[in-house]
Write a protein that binds this ligand. Structure first.
Ligand code: NAD
Length: 473
């Protein structure tokens, strides 16, 4: 049994004294593998107090000091890579191949781009008789989910360090191991006391932070429903919020798409991490006349994604992270069938031989119309919805037919045509012909996917205020 019992404030680990104990359940076996002890209100107050003191010191830090801190953090995190991959497999079911390929490299790259971002921010500008400065916004509350936990923690904490802010991290209670390792890395970095703090807890601890008068910024990644609540809480103190929320992203195959390249990538970007990525391409919009061939190819590609224990090397897909998530995904599969979507692969039944944990069969629906729930709502499971289109205009209309706007993809052998189509998609980022995601560019959503931007200089800028000094030039 693992027990997460200590929060972090004033530069050290301190015992949590909250009444709540949150059970940590193995998604692979459904058994209890540990506990997280929540912080008391008093513990949270201590973390806020620590962050205020940390802000006073760190807001005066030089760019060189911030660069040095981020470099040390990169080094310390890298040395914990194997332990983090293991914790992610055990606690949220992420297979180790994906941990090694993405869960660790992404935050390390994120740190690197934050370091480069320090040089790219326009810290100071002269306009007429005025000097315009960009100054740290203050104490930042960072609330993160469990699906790419280290990446989401680093996106927020590295930006805060780079901006000269202090931060109170409230990581997800579902994947605490990654956050614990992150804080051990922070502790080894010898940052000034109070710059980075961390509390354990669920919604009530989050609410104490988002309504706290001593908090200057809130940066949240998670579900759209909780994002709404946080925005309402933050409104009391007019605290600015950055919201990185859910998505219902579409991959669009144009008529001339290279299916050999596109289909394996579509399956990977829709199914990897058991579909639990905010940028999962959970809709495939494809030319109607090619649907029979595409379905055949999808069946073959999905068959090469065996489900199993995330700690085993042969496993491509692990379980979903929680029992709640399992029930939700199964209900959505059932409702998609009731609404007339055609079940082509998988389904709501537990996969053979894996009845104990939170496993969902990789599932493909055909004949999906844009108004069906399965085409409108985030599933956060390994479920792909195929929408056939008759014209390119219809493909664009289908792609834009949800209120989310986080990511998307387009495939065409003609690169210019693909870029033209990408510009018609109402979304924060579009991947063209399977290109690698560039973590130095701004990341964030439109519509129900939220607002504000993370990554590199954009994440740092998100946590800065302008100050104009008239007559200083
Ligand atoms: P969630 O919204 O349930 O929880 C996220 C975090 O918010 C957790 O730390 C949780 O404890 C905390 N929280 C819950 N209620 C709160 C409240 N009332 N006040 C303050 N904090 C509260 O999300 P999740 O289940 O952890 O993650 C899955 C969701 O996250 C999906 O919808 C996914 O799309 C989204 N997500 C978005 C991005 C992005 O960058 N846009 C990235 C990853 C995940």
């Amino acid at each position: 049994m693992k027990c997460y019992t200590h929060f972090y404030a004033d530069g050290r680990f301190l015992e949590c004294t909250g009444a709540a104990r949150m059970a940590l359940i193995s998604p692979s076996y459904g058994t209890r593998i540990g506990d997280v002890v929540a912080c008391s209100a008093h513990n949270v107050e201590r973390a806020v107090h620590s962050a205020r003191a940390g802000f006073r010191a760190w807001s005066a830090s030089s760019i060189d000091e911030r660069r040095g801190a981020l470099q040390r953090l990169h080094h310390e995190l890298e040395s914990r890579a194997a332990a983090a991959t293991h914790a992610l497999a055990e606690e949220m079911g992420c297979p180790t191949w994906l941990g090694r390929l993405m869960q660790l490299p992404m935050p390390l790259k994120g740190l690197q781009f934050a370091i480069e971002g320090l040089e790219q921010v326009g810290w100071r500008e002269t306009i007429g008789n005025g000097i315009v400065e960009r100054v740290p916004a203050g104490v930042v509350v960072a609330i993160t989910p469990w699906n790419f936990p280290l990446h989401q923690i680093v996106a927020k904490v590295a930006a805060a360090i780079g901006a000269g802010c202090s931060v109170i991290l409230k990581p997800s209670e579902v994947a605490p191991g990654a956050a614990q390792l992150f804080m051990e890395a922070v502790h080894a970095c010898d940052l000034p006391v109070g710059v980075v703090n961390m509390v354990w807890g669920a919604a009530s601890v989050g609410e104490q932070l988002t309504t706290h008068p001593q908090v200057d910024r809130i940066s949240f990644t998670g579900s759209t429903d909780v994002g709404r609540k946080i925005m309402a809480s933050a409104a009391q103190g007019l605290t600015p919020v950055t919201l990185e929320l859910g998505g219902k992203s579409a991959a669009v195959l144009l008529e001339d798409a290279d299916l050999d390249a596109a289909i394996p990538a579509v399956v990977r970007l829709g199914m990897a991490n058991s579909g639990q990525a905010c940028v999962s391409q959970s809709r495939l919009i494809a030319p109607a006349r090619l649907v029979p061939e595409i379905v055949e190819r999808l069946r073959n590609a999905i068959a090469s994604w065996p489900l199993g224990d995330p700690l085993e090397d042969a496993t491509r897909l692990g379980p979903v992270a929680t029992e709640g998530q399992l029930q939700r995904v199964r209900r959505m599969i059932g409702r998609a069938q009731e609404q007339g979507a055609k079940l082509l692969v998988g389904g709501a039944q537990p996969p053979a031989g894996l009845g104990q944990g939170w496993y969902v069969q990789p599932t493909l629906f055909g004949d999906v119309r844009p108004d069906m729930e399965i085409a409108q709502e985030e599933v956060f499971g390994p479920v792909l919805a195929l929408l056939p289109y008759e014209s390119e205009q219809e493909a664009a209309d289908f792609a834009n037919a949800t209120r989310y706007g986080l990511s998307g993809a387009v495939w065409s052998r003609d690169a210019e045509r693909a870029v033209d189509f990408a510009r018609r998609m109402r979304t924060g980022q579009v991947v063209i012909n399977g290109a690698a995601q560039n973590l130095a560019t701004p990341f964030g959503g439109w519509g129900l996917s939220g607002f504000g931007r993370e990554n590199g200089r954009f994440g740092i800028e998100d946590l800065l205020n302008y100050r104009s000094l008239h007559g200083a030039a």
